[in-house]
Write a protein that binds this ligand. Structure first.
Ligand SMILES: [Zn+2]
Length: 146
């Protein structure tokens, strides 16, 4: 019950995984609906009848890839994927606009997000390029920092 994504978010994905053709790691499936909210000029993109996946490796240039090993790279998205960027102003939480820096500096923001997601006020499935809840992406610094 404490995990927001199982109580509130409607982003349950089939746990199908596929290997990123660039870094060789397995990643979770992402919905077409999510992808269309983040890729550049989605009207020019040809969707195929296959699974698509989200690569969250910060060092890998691939954001989305298909079962056919087709890739959509960082340059092909209109969203700056915070999890892939070391930039402090890139977003960790897309639903509430929490930057990477804010997420690190203010661990209490995470509590706010947990509360809001528990009441269903989040839009991870479209706002977050991963299509999933951002809470796992909070990389909080040592507690002593504040
Ligand atoms: Zn990758």
């Amino acid at each position: 019950m404490s995990d927001c994504c199982h109580t509130a978010c409607t982003t349950e994905m089939p746990s199908k995984k596929h290997v990123c053709p660039v870094n060789g790691q397995k990643y979770m499936q992402v919905s077409i609906r999510t992808m269309l909210h983040h890729i550049s000029s989605p009207w020019e993109w040809t969707e195929k009848e296959q699974g698509y996946y989200f690569c969250d490796d910060p060092t890998c240039d691939v954001v989305y890839f298909g079962e056919d090993d087709s890739v959509i790279k960082k340059a092909d998205t209109r969203t700056v994927v915070g999890i892939k960027e070391d930039k402090p102003d890139a977003l960790t939480c897309y639903c509430f606009g929490v930057s990477n820096l804010e997420a690190q500096r203010h661990p209490d923001i995470r509590d706010f997000i947990v509360k809001k997601t528990q009441t269903g006020i989040c839009s991870c499935d479209t706002s977050n390029p991963s299509g999933r809840c951002c809470l796992k992406d909070f990389r909080v610094e040592a507690k002593s920092s504040r």
